[in-house]
Design a protein around this ligand. Structure first.
Ligand SMILES: *Cc1c(COP(=O)(O)O)cnc(C)c1O
Length: 451
């Protein structure tokens, strides 16, 4: 029998997060105040974040100790297995060896608790009583509800209306772990009320839900905001994924030739890829591929510029790849990949030539996702099918070239709450959206004139 899973023991959970800011050729461009356009200092962020996270966000320190309280929660599902996709390889007839890091085994079903847990912990330490946050497809809301529950603080989730209606069981899960949840736009905030006044039937958007959560946090002393992707500290918390993967590959004497992740805001990709990029900068030969949806091609088609992180201009202005903060992406089923911007770190590392971005259409992703479900048994999240598609394309290339190759991708989550998307696919109701070029061009006219 051939080995399928590479598992590590509890004692091998990484003890440190890796901060790739330490290894950039020049520091990131500073975030700017949404009102004044001036660089933000740590003090400007204290109304919505605890100082411990602000320090992690802005510091160039290379490694950060993971607190014991956080490790103890990580141990509920970490280390996650690295698995060989042997049956997928056979189905593709490829000489490549395909491995996937299985982040779907967390209680919430994705990589997101890796950052939700430390975020809840540091807020609890700072005496915060409630977290306000947004969720698109529902994964982040689930993760934050889970994490705040462990540290005894409350949680309010603003869930993008269209997903709230499409995914009732995400709402049930969020409620089970103790959070309160509102469809966004809601009547609870000025940003929400204004959006409803403009269009009572709006499906909502992630940018708008962020505005609601930031406003809630900024207007309540005991409440902080928390973001599940994009920010530097979020990417850093996720690096436990890549650190474990490096160890696991070493255990079986393998070396990755290609590392692949899907990108929405960039965090699960960063989690797997950043430790590999550290090794790449130190001389390791590895190709690092970020896969985004063709209908929301932030990195492959967007501009690298300062833009608002949200619709209502509450969140900081950051330098990143963006399609424009007023752009509302088509309603593809990979809800977690429908964001106009990208993590500043992923954007910069792409500009520096260390990451190769590609865009893939939704139908090809579902096709590869179904193949993965039928060969490996796991029904992937629609977001994760983008990484699978990237891996399949690499494996087919290896077949054409007749070359052995080691491909590692991140399975960021399972799709158990996304079955209506699979239903739609099998019913022939899905299609590929064309890249909405004119809408993007219009949105790019609204970039702030700063920097
Ligand atoms: C949220 C989510 C994503 C996209 O977010 P990133 O920050 O880009 O990782 C991808 N996959 C799953 C399963 C998610 O829940």
């Amino acid at each position: 029998m051939q080995q399928i899973k590479v598992t590590l023991s509890d004692s091998e959970i990484p003890r440190q997060w890796y901060n790739i800011q330490a290894d950039l050729k020049k520091p990131l461009d500073p975030p700017l105040h949404p009102g004044t356009g001036q660089p933000l200092g740590p003090q400007d962020l204290t109304p919505i974040f605890p100082m411990a996270l602000i320090e992690q966000e802005m510091s160039p320190k290379q490694f950060w100790e993971i607190p014991d309280e956080v490790l103890q929660v990580y141990a509920l599902w970490r280390p996650t297995p690295l698995q060989r996709a042997l049956r997928l390889e056979k189905a593709l007839g490829t000489p490549a060896r395909i491995y996937f890091k299985n982040e779907s085994v967390s209680p919430a079903g994705s990589h997101k608790p890796n950052t939700a847990v430390p975020q809840a912990y540091y807020n609890h330490l700072a005496g915060i009583k409630r977290i306000a946050t947004e969720t698109g497809a529902g994964q982040w809301g689930s993760a934050m509800s889970l994490a705040t529950n462990f540290f005894g603080i409350k949680c309010t989730v603003y869930m993008v209306r269209v997903s709230y209606d499409q995914k009732p069981y995400r709402k049930s899960m969020i409620t089970t772990w103790g959070a309160e949840i509102y469809p966004s736009p809601s009547e609870h905030t000025n940003a929400g009320r204004a959006a409803l006044a403009a269009d009572p039937d709006t499906p909502g958007s992630l940018g708008l839900a962020i505005s609601e959560a930031v406003e809630d946090a900024a207007t309540h002393d005991d409440t902080n905001y928390s973001l599940g992707s994009v920010l530097n500290h979020v990417c850093m918390h996720q690096t436990v994924i890549g650190e474990e993967t490096l160890k696991q590959l070493k255990v079986i004497g393998e070396k990755a030739d290609v590392v692949i992740g899907c990108i929405g805001g960039g965090s699960n990709f960063a989690g797997l890829a950043f430790p590999f990029l550290r090794e790449k900068m130190a001389g390791m030969e590895v190709k690092v591929v970020a896969v985004e949806p063709a209908s929301c091609p932030t990195v492959t088609k967007g501009v690298y510029a300062y833009d608002f992180g949200d619709t209502a201009h509450m969140a900081p202005i950051i330098k990143m790849h963006t399609l424009g903060h007023t752009f509302i992406p088509p309603g593809i089923h990979a809800g977690g990949l429908r964001y106009h911007g990208m993590a500043p770190l992923v954007s910069r590392l792409t500009e520096d030539g260390l990451i190769e971005p590609i865009a893939v259409p939704q139908m090809e992703c579902f096709e590869s996702g179904v193949l993965f479900a039928r060969t490996e048994g796991i029904v992937p999240a629609p977001e994760s099918t983008h990484a699978i598609r990237g891996a399949v394309e690499e494996a087919l290339k290896a077949k054409e070239e007749g070359k052995e190759k080691v491909i590692v991708f991140n399975l960021s989550g399972h799709g158990h709450f996304d079955m209506s998307a699979y239903d739609a696919y099998f019913a022939g109701q899905l299609s590929n959206y064309h890249y909405p070029e004119s809408m993007v061009q219009a949105a790019l006219k609204n970039l702030p004139q700063v920097g």
